[in-house]
Design a protein around this ligand. Structure first.
Ligand SMILES: *Cc1c(COP(=O)(O)O)cnc(C)c1O
Length: 481
């Protein structure tokens, strides 16, 4: 299995070669040269598999340079019920991603696929936990070490820390805006006592943290000497780990070959729904892929009109589904590559337009017409929709959903087809977004038992001035490199 860049750089790479990297040298994103295929018989044979072994079957089609026994050991170490044990009462944690039917709507079943039962209560754990184990394995094999530098306003940073804690050969330096995260999020990250996790609370806002990461990454000598890497959402292994739960969701929602299922995906950087697209390209019988956005509707605008217009950071709204607050969708390029029939030249031209003109317009082109062939539709949800949906789902079905999942349910309802189950991906648990739950329901969201009293645990963090030079000095002191 060889990988190519969306922009045409044609030195083929293996899975292990791209695992620890980010962008391709030409600024593109990596994709396999061909999507591996899954037959209907194979799918039926997978019905009985536990999640970890299903993950092994899917992953081995994408990475043939890790010995099979090692890969199986890695998926079994990752996808264990103890790691994904925060499910609601009545959900089957042995499934890792339990499927729950809300009810009959529009002549079909409206269902929730629980992806948020991992250690940080968001779907990012699904891929990040695997990444932690893959990184540790690959670094040990290569005799290397890696220092992950990131900036977070909450979700991604904590998922990365919980995936990398205690891993040999890896340190994490995570910048967050001092006193700007919720008490819950702060406690989740800062209560980690692992010596390889460094929480740096920067005296500034999230954008300052991101600017420091950029400044450090632009110092190429420093970056190489300190072995600095990242774990952002364009990482191919993260995307491919997410492909697995589309298979699991389909297997749980169907009982025989060829049955169609639609998925609705609360979207930001397009990583999650891109994985759904890849599952469909592999032959999984997906009917629609519904892209749900919040007020930051870059993607909804594209799927409705064919115009992709990235926003400036000042035009990005801070919403009550904050993990979908994006100005441009970093994984979107992977999908556009397929839309263009994998024409790297055309793709490179379009994304040059993104840099110089702020976007591109495919309206009225044959390429844009192909989004129907790929099953894509979209919709958008606002704060009022979110609150009404959380309230309505609670009244009608007696369960509390989080703000991102509420955006998904709202938009899913606009695209129901009789007889085709609609599976909404539950991307976070409500405990993380107490303010909006209180607004919608008038009471606190339930907390999984493991999180009771988390705010009272001792916290380990370092306050840093908003200054890249001091962050660099701190990292160097702790790596000893
Ligand atoms: C990251 C995130 C999303 C958006 O996922 P993308 O892969 O960026 O589209 C949605 N919901 C939650 C809770 C998230 O953490």
């Amino acid at each position: 299995m060889n990988y190519q860049s969306t922009r045409g750089h044609d030195v083929p790479q293996t899975f292990s070669e791209i695992l620890l990297g980010g962008l391709a040298p030409d600024g593109g994103l990596y994709l396999p040269k061909q999507y591996p295929q899954v037959t209907a018989d194979e799918l039926e044979a997978w019905r009985k598999l536990p999640y970890a072994d299903l993950a092994y079957e899917v992953l081995r089609k994408f990475c043939d340079d890790i010995p099979e026994d090692d890969l199986r050991a890695l998926t079994r170490k990752t996808y264990r019920a103890e790691v994904y044990g925060n499910a609601r009462a009545g959900d089957n944690t042995a499934d890792i991603t339990p499927l729950r039917t809300l009810g009959e709507e529009g002549g079909t079943k409206l269902q929730l696929l629980g992806l948020s039962n991992g250690p940080t209560l968001a779907f990012k754990d699904m891929a990040m936990q695997l990444l932690g184990n893959l990184f540790e394995y690959a670094l040990a094999r290569a005799g290397k070490e890696l220092n992950i530098l990131g900036a977070t306003s909450g979700d991604t940073g904590s998922a990365a820390e919980y995936a990398m804690r205690g891993k040999r050969g890896i340190r994490v330096f995570m910048l967050s805006p001092h006193r700007k995260m919720s008490a819950f999020q702060t406690a989740q990250m800062f209560s980690l006592q692992d010596p390889n996790i460094f929480n740096l609370a920067v005296e500034g806002v999230f954008d300052d943290c991101q600017d420091i990461v950029k400044a450090v990454s632009n110092d190429l000598d420093y970056k190489a000497r300190q072995r600095i890497g990242t774990v952002n959402s364009i990482n191919w292994a993260r995307v491919v780990a997410q492909v697995v739960y589309y298979f699991k969701g389909w297997l749980l929602a169907t009982d025989g070959p060829g049955q169609k299922v639609s998925f609705c995906v609360p979207s930001g950087n397009f990583g999650n729904v891109c994985a759904g697209h890849i599952a469909r390209m592999m032959g999984l019988p997906i009917d629609k892929l519904v892209v749900a956005t919040n007020e930051n509707d870059v993607l909804d605008e594209f799927f409705r009109t064919g115009t992709y217009r990235v926003r400036k950071s000042a035009e990005t709204y801070h919403t009550s589904s904050p993990s979908m607050d994006i100005s441009k969708a970093s994984n979107f390029e992977r999908f556009v590559f397929d839309l263009l029939g994998q024409d790297a030249g055309k793709l490179a031209a379009l994304f040059r337009d993104v840099d110089t003109k702020g976007g591109f317009d495919l309206s009225g082109t044959p390429e844009f017409a192909r989004i129907r062939e790929f099953g894509f539709v979209s919709g958008r949800s606002t704060h009022d929709d979110r609150v009404a949906t959380i309230r309505g789902v609670s009244e009608r079905y007696g369960i509390t959903i989080d703000t991102h999942t509420a955006d998904g349910v709202k938009v899913a309802r606009e695209h129901l087809t009789a007889g085709v189950p609609m599976v909404v991906l539950e991307t976070a648990l409500p405990a993380k977004f107490a303010d909006t739950i209180r607004e919608a329901l008038g009471h606190e969201p339930e907390r999984p038992a493991a999180f009771e009293g988390i705010e009272k645990l001792p916290q380990r963090f370092e306050v840093m001035p908003n200054d890249a030079a001091q962050v660099k000095a701190y990292i160097a002191k702790h790596t000893g490199l």
